[in-house]
Ligand binder design. Structure first.
Ligand code: PHB
Length: 551
């Protein structure tokens, strides 16, 4: 495969990690390097070995080690032997952008409803320079075509939203677009799309200019298999309620289908009218909703980084950790901040916050809508969001189960209730070497009422007088002693989603001779509860703007 082009025009363009090429003098080199590591992990779908990271970034091994130790301390990556994995916690960076933007919160329910009504995928995308980036996906995609993730970046000219955004491009944007095509004619740096077979030529460039003119005249645009054979889409702009904005398109809504169900022509006649009325409602929603009250700002971050420096010493790169906290200063009701506000929110010295912001501006992660204010750009989503937005609850739970098992030396499992409510199904498990007669593996089903896992799950959904459920609900755990099988003792606690609903149960099961009932409660329960809290925290972060599958 040809090497990824390295230019600093866009995405695949992971900036030179040595940090001294083209960066302003005040930029923070460790922050540039840390961002490069996060970008490489994202491009690799969330996992790379330490040596692959060393090669991909061109950094020395000792530097990669210190960066990953710092990111691991922040819970943004997990180091497992030689492999480095992105963790759901990292999604708080993309969440900061998406909640500051507010469009997903205001519009995604309508996009989902349209997808249900049409039984087709519906997406929302924003402009990201000469690309488009998805901020919401209501996916009904069948096996036949690619499906894009929140945070994926596509070249504007190969999409339906692209020509709509291009109606607002300045000369600089067009120049940017031409330069990018010249330096990467096959779109190799857009890792979410298949590369072009033949390089982008002058004819294709003219075709995009013509599509942009049509989009301006029509108010909608089509993608007739520009990304891959079969994939078709129709798009309509959602206009911002503020007529003074330089850009009036807040985002673009698309309906995506396959030629086996709709031709591009057909999309225009059958689906475009439905899309248009849904967009009209979205625009009314934007008009109607007043700006939110500023949300709570993060606090004491600077204290935390100081304490970590004390603990990890040389291996903790404080300037990287401090720099990353700057992104989390933004959020709902805090879309545009001054330097003073960023310093206040993070607890960082003004000079430190300023250098981080200068670094981010250089990396196109932050822009300055006015001379004194800063906002996040959609590119913040390139820090982990696409691969992490597909994480399921069992995947979130697995490393936490491993940690728990290594602390308590007993097998641990996660389970959900079956649709009928009669059975539980094991969705994640970490076994100890110890031989147990009950051989539970992922997928195993057991009667719900006879197991501690099942009782915790039932206690949340059943309001009946079944013995024990009410007390399980109030005490927050179930302990089942030798009911399923002689000698088997099981202790389970609930795992709740953002709304407080019990979505899974976590347990440890052991031979009755290993712990007295009392020890189960005094020794094991706090460990189990702490683990459930960690899983819940990851689930809250991951589930803020994406749907997290429970199995
Ligand atoms: C998508 O949402 O997956 C999508 C949208 C517009 C396109 C292609 C794909 O042109």
């Amino acid at each position: 495969m040809p090497a990824k082009p390295r230019n600093d025009h866009h995405e695949g363009a992971v900036p030179p990690a040595d940090g001294n090429t083209g960066a302003p003098a005040e930029a923070v080199t460790p922050l540039i390097r840390g961002i490069a590591v996060l970008r490489e992990l994202t491009e690799a779908d969330g996992t790379l070995s330490l040596s692959a990271l060393e090669r991909a970034t061109g950094l020395a091994r000792s530097t990669v080690d210190r960066i990953t130790a710092t990111l691991a301390r922040m819970d943004y990556v997990r180091v497992d032997g030689r492999d480095v994995h992105l963790t759901p916690r990292l999604m708080e960076l993309g969440n900061a952008y998406l909640s500051a933007l507010r469009l997903p919160a205001l519009l995604s329910a309508r996009a989902d409803a349209l997808a249900d009504e049409l039984d087709e995928s519906v997406s929302l995308a924003v402009a990201d320079r000469d690309g488009i980036r998805f901020i919401h996906q209501a996916t009904r995609r069948r096996a036949m075509s690619l499906s894009f993730r929140i945070g994926d970046l596509l070249p504007a000219e190969r999409t339906a939203p692209g020509p709509l955004f291009a109606t607002e491009w300045t000369d600089t944007d067009w120049r940017h677009w031409r330069d990018r095509r010249a330096s990467d004619p096959r779109d190799l740096s857009f890792t979410a799309v298949p590369p072009r077979r033949y390089g982008a030529d002058e004819r294709a460039a003219e075709a995009f200019v013509a599509r942009t003119e049509e989009a301006a005249a029509n108010g909608w645009a089509l993608d007739d298999q520009l990304i891959e054979p079969g994939l078709v889409a129709v798009s309509v702009p959602v206009r911002s309620p503020h007529p003074g904005d330089r850009r009036s398109i807040a985002c673009v809504a698309s309906v995506v289908s396959h030629t086996s169900r709709h031709t591009a022509r057909d999309l225009r006649t059958t689906l475009l009218p439905r899309l248009r009325s849904a967009v009209a409602e979205m625009e009314r929603e934007l008009h109607r909703t007043p700006p939110p009250e500023p949300g709570p700002s993060p606090s004491n971050l600077a204290l935390w980084t100081g304490a970590s420096k004390q603990r990890l010493g040389r291996d903790f790169i404080e300037s990287l950790a401090r720099g990353l906290t700057v992104l989390t200063a933004f959020g709902e009701g805090r879309p545009e901040l001054t330097l003073t506000e960023v310093a206040q929110a993070t607890g960082l010295a003004r000079a430190t916050a300023r250098r981080a912001l200068i670094t981010y501006e250089h990396l196109d992660l932050v822009t300055t809508p006015s001379p004194r204010t800063f906002t996040l750009t959609p590119r913040v989503l390139s820090l982990g969001f696409p691969p992490l937005s597909r994480t399921s609850l069992p995947e979130i739970a697995q490393p936490h189960l491993s940690d728990l098992t290594s602390r308590i030396h007993e097998s641990t499992s996660l389970a959900v209730l079956s649709d009928s409510g009669e059975e539980i199904q094991c969705t994640a498990r970490v076994a100890t070497g110890r031989v147990m007669s009950v051989n539970i593996t992922v997928g195993t089903r057991l009667p719900a009422h006879a197991t501690a896992l099942g009782r915790v799950l039932l206690a949340d959904t059943r309001d009946d007088a079944r013995p024990g459920l009410a007390s399980i609900r109030s005490q927050g755990y179930a302990l089942v002693d030798e009911e399923l099988e002689e000698g088997l003792r099981s202790l389970a606690v609930p795992v709740r989603d953002r709304s407080g609903k019990v979505v899974a149960a976590l347990n440890t099961a052991m031979h009755a001779s290993r712990h007295t009932l009392r020890e189960c409660v005094t020794d094991l329960l706090p460990e189990l509860t702490a683990t459930a809290t960690r899983i819940e925290s990851d689930l809250r972060t991951a589930g803020r703007f994406t749907h997290v599958p429970l199995t």
